[in-house]
Every structure is written in C-alpha cells, then in structure tokens.
Design a protein around this ligand. Structure first.
Ligand code: ADP
Length: 401
C-alpha cells in the first residue's frame, strides 16, 4: 500500500486540504487538493487533481455541517479514490506553537491541551486550527496527527529580536515577538541552494506577499528577524490587516471612538490594509486594474510598496547587508508591477531589476554583480508533509531503540 498524507489548513468556516503520496522519490507527490467553504452555513466542497482539474464538487443546504462533517467526508472521499493507497498521517497547520515549540509535534490529548493555552495569543485562528486535531484524535484513532506551526521557524532568532521593550512580567506571560508564515519561510530556505548556493549560506530577505504579508531575514537559511510580532497583525499592511500601528491608535479607538475591543479588533483585522485604504478591494488584481483611474486604489498600492521597502531597510540593518531578495506568495509570485515598484526603491542596496526576466517570471529577476533578486514559489503544504514525515520517522526511531 502506498502511504498518503493529508495536509490540512483550517479556518473559521473553511478547510483547505492537499493530499500527497509517497512516490519513491525523495519528496512525496501531490495527488489531490481542494477545500470546503461555508462550513456551518452552506458548505461547498471541491476536490481537484494535482493539475487543478475538478474531480468532484458538492454542496449542502444550510443544515449544520461543520468541520467534523467535512473531515469525515474528506476521509471517506479519499477512501473512494484510494487505489492501493493507505492514509498514513494527517498534518495540521497551526498558527501558534508558543515560545517553546521550535518544530512540529505529534499531537495527542496532552499536546492539544497545551496548544489550547495559546488560544488567547491567536483567538481568530488557533481555535479553528485545533478543531480538526481534536476531531481526528476522536474519529480516527491510530492515524497520527502532527501539528506544524507558523511560529516555530522563528525560534532560531536571537533573544533580542524576539523581545518587546515591555516590563519583564509581560514577557513572562508570553508577550513577545513570535513571527508567522514560518512554514513558507522554512520551505523557501530549504530550496535556496537549488537557485544559487550563495543564497543558502548568505543574507537573504524573503517577501511573503499574499493576503497575509510579512518579510523574513534569513542568515544561512535561519530566521534572524521578521516583520510580524505578537500577532499576525504586525508589520506590513495586508489585504485587510493594518500592519504595524502606533498602539495609541487602539486606545483612541476604545476611548474616543467608544468601540468595544471586539469592534476595534475587527477593524484592524478585516477592514484595514489594502481594503481599508482603497475603500475598494483587498485583492491586488482588482486594485491594479483600477489604479489608472482610481486614486485610492493607487494610494493603497503605494502605501503597501512604501512599507515593504522601509521594512526591507530595517531587515538589511538586522542582517548587516543583503545578498538576495526573494518574492513569494500570491502577490510576490504573480504581480510583476509590485516587484518593479519595490525594486525601484532599492537601488541603494545594489539590487538592479532585470525587467525582461521580471515580466517572464524569473526565477532570477536581477542583473549585475551585486545582490540578486528572485521569484520562488512557496509551498507550505509540502512543508507540512515534510514535517509530518520527519516527526513520524523520529517516533519510529524512538520506538525501535
Ligand atoms: P493567502 O495569504 O490567502 O494564501 P495568496 O498567497 O493566495 O493569499 O495571495 C493572494 C493575493 O495575491 C491577492 O491580493 C491576489 O490579488 C494576489 N494575486 C494572485 N494572483 C495574482 C496575479 N496574477 N496578479 C496580481 N496579483 C495576484
């Protein structure tokens, strides 16, 4: 039987999945991918093959159909498409691993209880990430569940880079910089050497520019600083999140605007960023198509680019220089204009854009003998599967010894 792995990414009303099989090569191979949307309301399921062709689609009425029903449906769907394959393990993207987890863990009830203590640190994501682990432990006993954290990769940072200048008691309560998008950065770090060996051992800034956006400074492939901090709200402006903000703005919202903490939180997470500034859309494609005629769309993009380049400057200072800049995720990989505008603000770094290569998708998009710039597609789900395999093989080694 060929072992297969499910990589899950659960949100409040969605469950995204990718299914990989052992291929005999060093890397497992993607065989199916898809998602459930509208969970708890009017759920819709779509499954595709690795090339994106739809294999199956289903909708349900507004009856109660949540994450549990979705997971059960997915496992039985997989059984129908099994063809000599056997489910070996499920890997879960979990936003928060706290200060202690610097890698993935095999999840059992005790680990789940520990991860629940991080819910106050990421109330909008952590509960939904943990739900499928809880369900799987109950409904699929015997199938290992592996928690893969967005924060873990950043635990290699120097202590100073993880600190806020706050009273010590707050650090002891866990108020510190955690950093996120770690699965994406770890994947990029793992493939840098395939593009240029000098990147793998050098000072590289990775720009993960998607709906969520952040930057990470890598030295010899390890994170030494990142733009997100205590939460995934910090750093760059994003699709709907504000990015770094003077904390006094929050006091103003509460005290003068008389908003509740929940209302203020909703504005900062869901009504700000590209959407808030443009008043139009959180989607870069829409903003680009309107930018010629719409000054607010233009301003939203300009602010996004301005903040990216300012933060790149800060990370260059943390690294003591730059050997490479990598663009990844939805905007980073696909929006040539954002790459042009970011690079146009960085001539002082020695980075020089190769316009033709930029338009044709790279991978190298710089000219000259200075630092190099690249487009490298990220693959967070493959990173989850790699982490699953390493946790399972470590557990096997422990059992054997
Ligand atoms: P998420 O953080 O949800 O995974 P993605 O990495 O998919 O987000 O990125 C979504 C963003 O990428 C959106 O702003 C979208 O407009 C942008 N994007 C995707 N494809 C393109 C494209 N071809 N050109 C410009 N922007 C794109």
């Amino acid at each position: 039987m060929t072992p297969v792995y499910i990589a899950l990414n659960a949100g409040s009303s969605s469950l995204k999945f990718q299914i990989f099989e052992e291929s005999g090569d060093t890397e497992p191979r993607l065989i199916f991918k898809g998602l459930f949307e509208g969970l708890g309301n009017s759920p819709h399921f779509v499954a595709r093959d690795s090339g994106g062709t739809i294999l199956d689609e289903m909708s349900w009425g507004p009856e109660q159909f949540g994450h549990e029903e979705a997971l059960v449906h997915l496992v039985s769907w997989l059984r129908k498409h099994q063809d000599g394959r056997q489910l070996k393990a499920i890997g879960h993207r979990v936003v928060h691993g706290g200060a202690a987890h610097s890698g993935p863990v095999l999840a059992d009830e005790a680990v789940l209880a520990e991860l629940e203590t991080f819910v106050p640190l990421a109330p909008l994501h952590q509960p939904y990430n943990l739900e499928p682990i809880r369900i799987s432990l109950r409904r699929l006993p015997g199938i290992p569940q592996v928690a893969c954290f967005d924060t873990a990769f950043h635990r290699s940072q120097p202590e100073i880079a993880q600190m806020f200048a706050l009273p010590r008691e707050m650090r002891e309560r866990g108020v510190q910089r955690y950093g996120f998008h770690g699965l994406s950065y770890e994947y990029i770090a793992s493939v840098l050497g395939d593009y240029d060996p000098r990147l793998a051992s050098g000072r590289v800034i990775v720009a993960h520019l998607g709906n969520g956006a952040s930057l990470c400074a890598l030295r010899s492939g390890a994170s030494i600083a990142t733009t997100m901090g205590f939460s995934a709200l910090d750093g760059l402006p994003m699709g709907t999140r504000c990015g770094a903000l003077d904390p006094a703005v929050v006091f103003y919202m509460l005290r003068e605007m008389k908003l509740s903490p929940e209302e203020a939180e909703r504005i900062l997470y869901t009504k700000s960023g590209l959407l808030g500034v443009s008043g139009l859309s959180n989607d870069m494609r829409t903003l680009r198509s309107k930018a010629v005629v719409d000054a607010d769309a233009r301003r939203a993009i300009e602010l996004f680019v301005y903040r990216i380049t300012r933060e790149i400057g800060s990370l260059i200072a943390a690294l003591g220089g730059i050997d490479g800049l990598v663009f990844t995720a939805g905007i980073g990989e696909n929006d040539a204009a954002t790459r042009v505008e970011v690079m146009a603000r960085l001539p002082w770094t020695g980075l020089a854009l190769d316009e033709r290569a930029n338009l044709s998708g790279g991978p190298r998009i710089s000219t000259g003998s200075g630092p190099t710039a690249w487009i490298i597609p990220t693959n967070e789900e493959l990173m989850i599967v790699r982490q699953m395999r390493s946790v399972l093989s470590a557990a096997q080694t422990r059992l054997a010894s």
